[in-house]
Design a protein around this ligand. Sequence first.
Ligand SMILES: Nc1ncnc2c1ncn2[C@@H]1O[C@H](COP(=O)(O)OP(=O)(O)OP(=O)(O)O)[C@@H](O)[C@H]1O
Ligand SMILES: [Mg+2]
Length: 247
Amino acid sequence: MSKVYLVASGKGGTGKTMFAANLGSSYAQKGYKVVIVDMDMGLRNLDLYLGLENKVVYDVYDVMTGVCKIKQALIKDSRFENLYIIGSSPEREKGDLTPLHVKILCEKLKTDFDYVIVDAPSGIDDGMVLASAGADAAIIVATPEYAALRDADMVDREVLKMGIRRRYLIINKLSASLMNAGCIPSLQEITNMMRARLMGIIQFDTNINLSTNLGEPIVLKRDTYIQKNFSNIVDRFIREEITGSLR
Ligand SMILES: Nc1ncnc2c1ncn2[C@@H]1O[C@H](COP(=O)(O)OP(=O)(O)OP(=O)(O)O)[C@@H](O)[C@H]1O
Ligand SMILES: [Mg+2]
């Protein structure tokens, strides 16, 4: 059954868009049909991270306000068999959009895609509430710092309040040396602090930073430790969808 994953965070810059782009790419590499929807209105990055910025004609705002059909806003990533994005609107103004608009969009996308991945704005304000409207589960991306984790837990609370019971955690930008030196919270501390279930850890790696700058999802480079890590994260989610609480 199709799933809508919300990718959210407390603080900005934790790696949501990087994660959404590579999660979607990894699912697509495994043969699933995926659409990543950029719901970070005004601060869009997804198109850039996938090198598709020149292809955006219609955006998610246009779809939801009826300016165009879904089909017209879908941009295919030619490097993958079945990966599409819908770009975000450059306009910050989203006053006439309601959670119902988003819910309906997600329901429609679910009829045609195995996975809908929604890249949300950071924090817990209206933009995030809007982005979360059609989600079956939330993936909270946090960096391993006390402040980021506390903010991530606030997001966790908010999404739960909005009725999203399945919440997962990704720790991004982890530095093994800092963790080994005891300068940042240990994994044990992180799992004790957070109610969302830890599903993956991504190391800080300048190659990831380069990949977003170049518009090339890092998982395109096969058999690297990062690509394998993403592949394992996706397998964990798939197991959760088949046998776990995300059925
Ligand atoms: N694991 C990583 N290692 C190194 N750099 C990373 C990693 N993850 C993300 N980055 C870099 O961090 C920056 C922020 O990432 P990204 O834009 O994905 O965060 P975001 O949470 O979507 O930010 P925003 O809140 O502004 O939407 C980018 O320059 C990206 O390349
Ligand atoms: Mg982002």
